[in-house]
Ligand binder design. Structure first.
Ligand SMILES: [Zn+2]
Length: 63
């Protein structure tokens, strides 16, 4: 019985990880995950930060 539970959890994990990967690939295919580039130095930076981590310029459309 314990083995059955362990196998069940394993399957759930695989399904969950596979689902996340599939969702990430689907987002990439739709082009929603795009590299955000600094408005000043054009280097890839994170939209999560209000300032570029390369040149420190304010990012006008940072979320
Ligand atoms: Zn920059």
């Amino acid at each position: 019985m314990a083995e059955l539970v362990r196998d069940g959890l394993e399957v759930l994990m695989v399904v969950a990880v596979g689902g996340m990967l599939a969702a990430a690939v689907a987002r990439l295919r739709r082009g929603e995950v795009r590299v955000y580039r600094c408005a000043t130095c054009r280097r890839p930076t994170s939209r999560g930060y209000p300032r570029c981590r390369h040149c420190g310029a304010d990012q006008p459309d940072a979320s």
